[in-house]
Write a protein that binds this ligand. Structure first.
Ligand code: UD1
Ligand code: UDP
Length: 377
């Protein structure tokens, strides 16, 4: 009788909206491959924003660690995550743990796995700004995960270069593209969503949530957004992050304007359809910066630094900082200068071809068997 190898038991750890979106293609690919037994653990770092995602993305989690607290602080969140994930890993004994990106869930997933001597696969590895305070705490998290991981799945050549520069051996790095593109194409091909704009005016999609901008800086940006709405020819749509700190920064300025549409976080099908229908994107989001260029939407990045300079170099995005006056001027220029707009809208997406998950699981299937028992790296 032939003997079949045991499937690789891969624990996929996620807890926030972008992790669900970017790990869903990996979870679906593993679920369809007899070489893998995926075990999805939801830490519950986000509650409502994640619940609405998993079903739609066809991902079934075996556990919800329910760690979220209102206005959670990073140290407390980290404690609950390492404790909860440590216990889950000890009970489940996976062969490897998959984490994505730079959230506190991802960092704690990697750390808890490392403490249990389970090797870690990092999806979206090698992004760097080099500034530990920006974005905060994501740059800290991603650098720590880079030290712990066995497999580094870099979305671009540039991110692979950062890892090589930090001494990660070449054979542990694979350039795969970003799984966010896999998921966006998958979602749009289903044709399920509807755009959330209300008017036939020019459509500006805005998302803001970063910790380092919350408070006075984000409120000043909100005033510039209101001035843009005052022009009369555009509708600004803001799907508002659930964070109370974000809502307190934006709502007092933006609520009640006829051409500002404020909605709860959109489900992914509707968000993808909204992105496809918009004319311009203003965002501080990592994922939205990656998605917009693949749909030909110019992006103004409302951040001091970006770990995704590929979109800027491709001409699809412009990093404009967080100064409110600059925000107004740059958005106005794009709305009024047809050639400038067309140049950005025609740029090429640098983040992959939609086959990142396929490459990731092929690499794990190939390498996993060669790893000595108990070896972390
Ligand atoms: C987190 C990640 C950030 C990522 C972002 C994506 C960390 C430290 N930050 O930031 O890297 O870009 O998610 O959105 O990992 N809340 C709810 N319901 C929800 C989600 C959040 O009420 O569904 C509220 C809670 O009060 C929570 C607060 O939002 O305390 C902030 O959530 P948290 O996960 O700590 O930080 P984010 O700003 O969402
Ligand atoms: N997104 C969504 N609904 C929304 C806003 C965003 O589904 O109302 C998706 C978006 O398509 C992207 C991801 O959420 O894939 C980005 O999440 P977020 O901006 O919260 O986090 P970041 O990418 O900055 O870590």
């Amino acid at each position: 009788m032939p003997t079949f190898p045991e499937p690789v038991r891969a624990m996929i750890v996620l807890g926030t909206r972008p992790e669900a979106i970017k790990l869903a293609p990996v979870a679906r690919a593993m679920a369809g491959d007899p070489l893998f037994e995926p075990v999805v653990v939801n830490t519950g770092q986000h509650r409502e924003m994640l619940e609405q995602m998993l079903h739609l993305l066809e991902v079934k989690a075996v556990a919800d660690l329910a760690v979220m607290r209102e206005r959670q602080d990073l140290a407390g969140l980290t404690g609950r995550l390492v404790d909860g994930l440590g216990r889950t890993i000890a009970e489940s004994r996976p062969d490897l743990v998959v984490v994505q990106g730079d959230t506190t869930t991802a960092m704690c997933g990697a750390l808890a796995a490392g403490y249990h001597r389970i090797p870690v696969a990092h999806v979206e590895a090698g992004l760097r700004t080099g500034d530990l305070g920006n974005p905060f705490p994501e740059e800290i998290n991603r650098q720590l995960i880079g030290r712990i991981s066995r497999w580094h799945f870099a979305p671009t050549e540039r991110s692979a270069g950062h890892l090589r520069g930090e001494g990660v051996p070449d054979e542990r790095i694979e350039v795969t593209g970003n799984t966010v593109i896999d998921n966006l194409l998958w979602m749009l091909s289903r044709g399920q969503g509807a755009p959330a704009f209300r008017t036939g005016l020019r459509r500006i999609l805005v998302t803001l949530h970063r910790r380092e901008s919350q408070g006075a800086e984000m409120t000043a940006m909100a005033r510039s957004l209101r001035r843009l709405a005052d022009r009369g020819d555009c509708e600004l749509l803001l799907p508002l992050h659930k964070s109370p700190a974000v809502r307190e920064s934006l709502l007092p300025v933006l609520d009640g304007h006829d051409r500002v549409t404020i909605v709860e976080p959109l489900g992914y099908a509707d968000f993808a359809a909204t992105l496809a229908a918009c004319d311009l994107v203003l965002t501080d989001s990592g994922g939205v910066q990656e998605e917009a260029p693949s749909l030909g939407k110019p992006v103004l990045v409302l951040r001091a630094t970006t770990e995704r300079p590929e979109a800027v170099e491709a001409g699809a995005a412009k990093l404009i900082g967080t100064d409110a006056a600059v925000l107004y001027d740059e958005a106005t220029r794009l709305l009024d200068d047809h050639d400038l707009y067309a140049g950005m809208a025609n740029a090429v997406n640098p983040f992959g071809d939609g086959r990142a998950a396929e490459r990731i699981i092929a690499s794990l299937a190939r390498d996993h068997g060669a790893l000595p028992a108990g070896a972390l790296t």
